[in-house]
Write a protein that binds this ligand. Structure first.
Ligand SMILES: *Cc1c(COP(=O)(O)O)cnc(C)c1O
Length: 572
């Protein structure tokens, strides 16, 4: 078969399945953290020359491009992109059965190439074929669009279609890694594939080789938020999938009342992972009876270091990009040069802000950044809890804030949060400049995490499973100011790598009030962060920048994460 994949089928591979993959900005098949993590995972795997192939959906209409109207309301524009500009179409086709119809699936391949010589193919599955009905042609159009019928069809294409495509292409897979429950149908496909051929069995269930499938599967769960776990009512499952395996067997694996994709993955995976130590514990409580491990997330070091800081690393820490452990030597970077490189990155960000929003921010003013999906538990409004207090702080020591982030197109509450930020911007316009930068994506994310001075994160704990944007900030010497949740519990050393917000006691999780957290935020901003930033001696601040690199970037990178997946999950 001449499809360019010959080099990849000689060796057994890890198959990494993810509903979204964000590998670069102009392949818009990602919505946020989950997809970017998938992209970072694959890039590190390529750098480390791991035998891996990735599977996802083509998402021809992307997620969406965000625009904000004059009232501060989010508008979604479809993303137009052409897969043929970026990747190659394979001649191989497979089919899946949906509502009794055969749906044809094709795949595009994109090769992630590392300077080390490592290469990882990503297969983007696509149902837009003339043989399919027009509705079926659209199954792989919209990332996280449509109703549950649409979603379950997408997940059938991803999980079942993905395994069939890998088999059709002659890949030999030794582990299947499900990045979130969206891909769990791959385990059902494996059950069908390894069905025992026994003529007369005294126990009908013994034809399903559950142990064999479990041995092959690795599952990473990403959120303790209930809505993040896909559940499908059984009548819908029956309508879309039919009874491909007896429903009593399926219900044992995926839940009595509805088909829970997380439960299906939990029951059919030998290795289960949470995305930070705390999230491992929280997940263990959510899913008693399963053993939950915790390999903390990381980000791809080279991708998430801005050019100005990268030049400095090249000079003082050669080899850093493929060996982030070398950040242990960040002490060698001269403070003044680090400060100047950061100011260059900041200048670029402020120019970009001016260009896109018309607002001029001041290069010499302490700049706080906050960018994440607009949703209630992330509490983007915590900073505005007490406007009088905030005004008073901003009068004595100047501060400016840049916000960014998308709300899901169906999430009016998320859109109201964005609109709220516009409202606060107007109310505070006399003392504290606030800008909302529309169109959060990989490019603007890099500008933001490298160009602000402090990265703010205020989730309601313990709901931020890991968080990764703060790790990106640390790679650029930008210090974190964050609630102790997710990765920050592991990365935080008070006054050294950054600052915490609110109490540290996990017993008080969820019952901690906004007022308590906001009070601590204001105290530290006023009494610690502002004085340190504006001190005539820049050294204490730049030392913290270096600590962020040597303690946080050193550890919270996807090279470390992948090495641990290999030793703890993949070769077991
Ligand atoms: C890193 C990133 C995210 C995830 O950031 P969190 O801190 O985990 O919320 C989301 N969107 C984009 C564009 C990113 O680059």
């Amino acid at each position: 078969m001449n499809n360019g994949l010959q080099d990849f089928i000689t060796e057994p591979m890890i198959a990494y399945f993810s509903m979204e993959i964000g590998v670069k900005n102009d392949i818009p098949t990602y919505s946020g953290g989950l997809g970017i993590l998938a992209g970072d995972t694959i890039k590190s795997a390529a750098d480390l020359k791991l035998p891996m192939v990735a599977v996802t959906l083509i998402s021809r209409k992307g997620y969406f491009t965000q625009e904000i109207d004059e009232r501060g309301w989010q508008r979604e524009k479809p993303v137009a992109w052409d897969p043929s500009q970026h990747m190659q179409l394979l001649p191989t086709r497979v089919k899946v059965q949906i509502e009794g119809r055969d749906v044809q699936v094709q795949a595009w391949v994109y090769l992630v190439k590392s300077p080390t010589g490592g290469r990882i193919p990503i297969l983007f599955l696509d149902t837009d074929l003339a043989e399919n009905t027009s509705a079926d042609r659209g199954i792989t159009d919209h990332l996280y669009g449509g109703d549950s019928a649409y979603r379950i069809k997408q997940e059938v294409v991803l999980g079942m279609g993905g395994v069939r495509m890998l088999h059709a292409l002659d890949f030999h897979i030794k582990k299947y890694h499900m990045n979130e429950g969206h891909a769990s149908f791959l385990s059902l496909e494996l059950l069908l594939h390894f069905k025992r051929d026994i003529e007369s069995v005294w126990d009908e269930r013994s034809i399903w080789d559950i142990a064999r499938v479990r041995d092959l599967c690795v599952f990473t769960t990403h959120t303790p938020v209930e809505a993040g776990h896909d559940k499908f009512p059984y009548p819908l499952v029956k309508q879309v999938l039919g009874e491909i395996i007896p429903f009593d067997v399926l219900k044992d694996l995926a839940g009595k009342d509805s088909l829970n994709m997380t439960l299906l993955a939990l029951n059919l995976s030998k290795y289960i992972n949470g995305v930070a130590k705390k999230h491992g514990e929280v997940s263990q409580h959510m899913f008693p009876g399963y053993h939950i491990n915790a390999i903390t997330n990381g980000v791809h070091t080279f991708t998430w270091t801005c050019p100005e800081i990268a030049a400095l690393f090249n000079k003082y820490i050669p080899g850093w990009a493929n060996e982030p452990e070398l950040f242990v030597r960040s002490g060698n970077i001269p403070e003044l040069e680090l400060w100047e490189a950061h100011r260059e990155a900041k200048r670029k960000l402020l120019d970009y802000v001016k260009e896109t929003t018309g607002v001029s921010l001041d290069l010499n003013v302490l700049t706080i950044g906050f960018a994440r999906r607009a949703t209630a538990y992330k509490r983007p409004h915590l900073l505005f809890h007490d406007l009088d207090r905030l005004r008073a702080i901003a009068r004595t020591g100047k501060v400016q804030v840049i916000y960014a982030g998308k709300a899901h197109p169906h999430d009016d509450n998320g859109k109201k949060l964005i609109q709220g930020i516009y409202g606060y911007g107007e109310k505070l316009s006399d003392t504290l400049p606030i800008v909302f930068l529309p169109g959060y994506n990989m490019d603007t994310a890099l500008k933001l995490v490298s160009g602000v001075d402090v990265w703010l994160n205020t989730p309601l704990r313990p709901l931020e499973a890991s968080g990764t944007s703060g790790m990106k900030a640390a790679h650029n010497g930008v210090v974190n100011f964050s609630v102790l949740d997710g990765w920050w519990i592991e990365g935080h050393i008070e006054g050294f790598t950054g600052w915490s917000i609110g109490c540290q006691s996990s017993a008080k999780d969820l019952s901690v009030t906004d007022a308590e957290d906001a009070a601590d935020l204001y105290d530290k901003l006023q009494n610690t962060i502002i004085p340190k930033y504006y001190s005539a001696d820049k050294s204490p601040w730049t030392r913290m920048m270096k600590n962020a690199i040597s303690k946080n970037a050193y550890y919270f990178n996807s090279h470390r994460m992948m090495r641990r997946y290999v030793t703890e999950a993949y070769i077991r």
